[in-house]
Design a protein around this ligand. Structure first.
Ligand code: NAD
Length: 450
């Protein structure tokens, strides 16, 4: 199959979800603000656009994704029966490079959620000057309810159904919530064997976040956590704050949460509370993130970790600490959580964890908010390194990847901080404004074709 012009791709447009995306009942932010992730990302865009004077034409183009694909595909289950799955791929913008963004497996996946996440990827790549655009995809199902062989068939059928709507120079998926390196390898293998049959090896970079043995990059698995920690380190330097001896709390103990915890603990900081989809745990003396990771690998959750006390979600948000890293799902920090938090800084490891009203409360309370598109971009940065290594048939060692990641994160952090200081805006507005400025320049030079 040949690569299609993005403009001519079929776009299946569904109605926006009528209800906000919510977490399971026992995890819900207590005050439900208006809007879902997509409408909130739109509000953030409008605020920054107004602040930096974005042209009406560019704002119009960026207000909607270029393509929205919905695919329904059958998969054979282990008992021989067929089950129908709903998959998505949203391609928000590719003026600066191929669409880039994760694949999420979760029962709450919806078109609006993915539209918001895809737009965030466009801002993130532009902010860090990574030559990629923004995309996001997913399948609406709970991967925990399926065997490994069912997960493989679901992933391969999804890839096959996407066909040439993804591609190494067109749209490059990566892991996100509910997916990992093994699933990326299944995507790569399916794509290579079906779509890219002629140039098999060049197709390897159709996905990033692969396992090392199948063409992934050293340092990709830890990249988002590492990038989060680089931003926290820069914040600490600016505030003459000593990370050695401080406390932190982390919501979500998956890829981002566990790596952030391991790397922060290496700097002498202590994890005192964390939680996941099953519940929250606390130990004022400190939780060992390495041992906790082993517990999660063995049991699937932080719950029941023996060196801890179970606490409620409400109690978690009241734990006294210096740093809070949301690293679970979006829209977890509402007004009540913002009033409850007793921290100095919120570093958004997750995408879109904070409602705008909650962010204002945090800022008014003197709590700094380091926004997602700045903080959690270590993943897309090392994804770019992986894509480059595949393209050049190179293998960079871990030190090389970590050095480039650190330099990239620190460079962007400094640009955002300087912009925020000069224009007297918050870090999110500064981050969006820098990204929008880069997109605007490209549109003003290139215009729209034909
Ligand atoms: P993951 O699936 O590895 O981990 C998610 C964690 O959140 C798990 O511990 C899960 O139990 C927990 N969780 C799920 N629902 C919850 C709820 N309602 N309450 C509390 N905890 C809940 O996913 P991940 O890759 O670590 O992604 C986490 C966040 O970081 C997402 O917002 C994702 O979009 C974002 N992100 C990930 C990457 C990456 O490289 N993986 C990059 C950038 C941003």
């Amino acid at each position: 199959m040949s690569q299609k012009d993005p403009q001519s791709q079929p776009a299946v447009v569904a109605k926006p979800a009528s209800a906000p995306q919510t977490a399971p009942a026992n995890h819900e932010p207590s005050k439900q603000q208006q809007g879902n992730l997509y409408t909130i990302v739109q509000l953030q865009l409008e605020k920054a656009a107004k602040s930096m004077g974005l042209s009406r034409d560019t704002a119009l183009i960026l207000s909607q994704p270029k393509n929205e694909l919905i695919i329904n595909f059958p998969v054979r289950m282990d008992d021989g029966s067929f089950k129908l799955f709903k998959g998505y791929r949203v391609q928000h913008n590719n003026i600066l490079g191929p669409y880039k963004g994760g694949i999420r497996y979760h029962e709450d996946v919806s078109l609006d959620e993915l539209k918001g996440l895809a737009a965030s990827m466009t801002w993130k790549s532009a902010l860090h000057d990574i030559p990629f655009g923004g995309g996001k995809g997913g399948i609406k199902f709970n991967p925990r309810l399926h065997s490994k062989s069912e997960l493989e068939r679901i992933t391969r059928r999804y890839t096959h159904a996407l066909g040439s709507n993804i591609g190494p120079e067109f749209d490059i998926p990566a892991p996100d919530v509910g997916t990992n390196g093994q699933m990326m390898v299944w995507i790569m293998d399916t794509y290579m064997n079906v779509v890219g049959f002629g140039e098999k090896n060049a197709m390897r970079r159709v996905v990033t976040g692969k396992t090392i043995s199948s063409g992934g990059s050293y340092g990709r698995e830890s990249a988002t956590g590492a990038g989060t920690v680089h931003c926290i380190t820069e914040w600490a330097k600016d505030h003459r704050f000593n990370l050695n001896g401080c406390n932190y709390i982390v919501q979500g103990f998956g890829n981002v949460g566990s790596w952030t915890s391991k790397l922060l603990s290496k700097m002498g900081a202590t994890l005192v509370a964390t939680g996941d989809y099953k519940g929250y745990i606390y130990n004022p003396e400190g939780l060992n993130p390495h041992k906790l990771s082993e517990h999660v690998t063995a049991t699937g959750s932080v719950q029941g970790y023996k060196h801890s006390k179970a606490i409620t979600r409400e109690e978690f948000f009241q734990v006294e600490a210096d740093i809070f890293v949301p690293a679970a799902l979006e829209l977890e920090v509402g007004e009540k959580e913002a009033r409850a938090l007793k921290v100095k800084v919120v570093a958004e490891g997750a995408n879109g964890p904070t409602y705008p009203e909650a962010e204002q409360i945090l800022i008014d309370r003197g709590i700094d908010v380091l926004p997602d598109i700045l903080v959690n971009s270590g993943g897309v940065m090392v994804s770019y390194f992986e894509w480059l290594q595949n393209k050049r048939s190179e293998r960079w060692d871990l030190e090389e990847v970590e050095r480039r990641l650190e330099a990239g994160m620190k460079r962007t952090y400094a640009i955002v901080r300087d912009y925020a200081e000069e224009k007297k805006v918050d870090f999110r507005t500064a981050s969006y404004s820098i990204a929008l400025d880069r997109l605007e320049k490209a549109y003003s030079e290139r215009g729209i074709f034909p």
